[in-house]
Design a protein around this ligand. Structure first.
Ligand SMILES: [Zn+2]
Ligand SMILES: [Zn+2]
Length: 127
């Protein structure tokens, strides 16, 4: 009786391994991947847009700062670029430490340009 033992066993093993790997992938799906699947790839602060080439700079912020709170509807997630995410946490830390405005040099958006600074110097030069 020809009874090849090893061949079918191997095939089955392969399938089992593949299955296990797939399940591990599903379980390992991070909240980041889920958030990226739900939300458009846009920073919630500066509205910078992202695509696959720079997606690693888009991060998931937890609104309540609890990384274990990951509701599947994404209500605790906010997509922020690295810079805005940093800002967000710095602000939180400052608030928590109670050192809100003690002379931090760059504590708010550096993008706010003073439109009249140039004008003033121009006027000064003219006179
Ligand atoms: Zn941003
Ligand atoms: Zn965060």
């Amino acid at each position: 009786m020809p009874a090849p033992k090893s061949v079918p066993d191997h095939a089955r093993l392969d399938r089992v391994v593949a299955d296990a790997r797939r399940h591990a992938d599903e379980r390992g799906r991070t909240y980041r991947e889920q958030a990226l699947a739900i939300y458009p790839w846009i920073c919630g602060r500066c509205a910078r847009t992202f695509d696959r080439t720079n997606l690693q700079q888009l991060t998931v912020h937890h609104r309540d700062h609890n990384h274990d709170n990951n509701p599947p509807d994404g209500s605790n997630w906010e997509l922020l670029c690295l810079y805005c995410h940093d800002n967000e946490h710095q602000r939180q830390q400052e608030q928590a430490a109670g050192t809100g405005s003690t002379g931090g040099p760059a504590r708010d958006a550096p993008a706010t340009h003073k439109p009249f600074a140039d004008l003033a110097s121009l006027l000064k030069r003219k006179t």
